[in-house]
Design a protein around this ligand. Structure first.
Ligand SMILES: [Zn+2]
Length: 353
């Protein structure tokens, strides 16, 4: 993990709630609280345009964050309006207030097709009772009766509650699109793995990358498998995505959605490869005999996960198993109890041993 230490934080400070820091001329860093334990804050950005401001991500939807945005709009926009909203991806800490911002300023939402449709789908499918399809997914990955009761108690409308409303239309962004903001070109790089079609924005003139959740300092972005795509291989997609950022300059300033503005993009990408391959090696060793998604969690994490982190940990574990299945190194078999078990292939076991 030595490469992590080479990352630097050039601003040496961070904005407080409802405040901003100018990263460079015409680019403001906003920090907003989010009500998720362990994540706490999200970074959002405002880019000055000729006639107004482009906002990158809107924040989680609650009354306090709306109030903080109103203060920022009053104090920091030099009397100009917000004229464009870009959302990097559909997660509620990024997109929750998109509809509110759109209504407030009378502007469209700009994002990728995959993120908009997936977010809208999850928002609209809310139901009071958890559907059988979802319950079966959790049963098949080995949730205990107590864990199943928790799933049922949570209900199936948590996602829709995290949004002010879900925008009914959008303006599409695609890989390679170039937006001119304030006389500077910002090009779109689409990452995958954390979310289906995550938009990052690169400005060559300013030597800046707005990376959203695709590249984060200090931590690895969450890469998980969920019921909508139970056999997905998001870790393969995430690791392949790291290559899309390799052409960027070594000294580029990265503006991430969590933690602090940093320099050291390539080091962080190397760290992701190292980290996940080290976890994959642990997993191959742990699955010498068949294991459920729950039984593999202790092999993947150095700390004991609290209950609230367990769901994320299991989703990450599945992502690592599916990566090894994709590489032909692991098998998934359904036991007599209706639960999937993962086992390292015999030929690989001999090599691991
Ligand atoms: Zn995210």
């Amino acid at each position: 993990m030595k490469k992590q230490q080479e990352i630097t934080y050039p601003l040496g400070t961070r904005p407080g709630d409802g405040d901003v820091i100018e990263v460079t001329e015409g680019v403001l860093w906003v920090r907003m609280p989010i009500p998720f334990k362990g994540l706490d804050y999200i970074n959002l950005y405002l880019i000055e345009d000729t006639e107004g401001w482009t906002m990158v991500d809107a924040g989680f939807s609650n009354a306090r964050i709306k109030g903080l945005w109103d203060e920022i709009f009053d104090k920091h926009l030099k009397g100009k309006p917000v004229t464009r909203l870009i959302c990097t991806h559909f997660h509620p800490d990024h997109m929750g207030l998109a509809a509110w911002v759109m209504e407030k300023w009378g502007i469209p939402l700009t994002m990728s097709f995959g993120e908009w449709t997936f977010g809208r789908m999850l928002y609209l499918e809310a139901e009071e009772e958890v559907p059988d399809y979802i319950l079966n997914f959790y049963r098949q990955i080995g949730f205990t009766p107590a864990m199943m009761r928790e799933v049922e108690k949570r209900g199936f409308d948590m996602f829709s509650k995290a949004f002010h409303a879900m925008p009914m239309g959008f303006v599409r962004l695609e890989e390679g699109d170039v937006l001119n903001i304030g006389g500077h070109d910002w090009s779109v790089i689409v990452g995958t793995g954390h979310a289906p079609e995550h938009v990052c924005l690169h400005c060559k003139d300013k030597n800046i990358l707005i990376s959203g959740d695709q590249v984060l300092p200090r931590i690895t972005p969450h890469i998980g498998v969920y019921p909508a795509e139970p056999f997905a291989n998001p870790l393969q997609k995430f690791l392949a995505s790291t290559e899309k950022f390799r052409h960027l300059p070594e000294d580029i300033t990265v503006l991430p959605a969590h933690n602090d503005v940093f320099i050291g993009l390539n080091n962080q990408l190397d760290f992701y490869l190292e980290h996940h391959h080290e976890r994959l090696a642990r997993l191959k060793a742990a699955c010498q005999s068949p294991k459920t998604a729950i039984e593999i969690v202790p092999a993947l994490f150095d700390r004991v996960l609290e209950d609230r982190d367990m769901g994320l940990g299991i989703a990450e574990g599945l992502a690592h198993c599916h990566y090894l299945i994709g590489e032909g190194e692991m098998e998934r078999n359904m036991g007599d109890d209706g639960v999937w078990r993962f086992v390292t292939k015999k030929s690989v076991q001999e090599k691991v041993a």
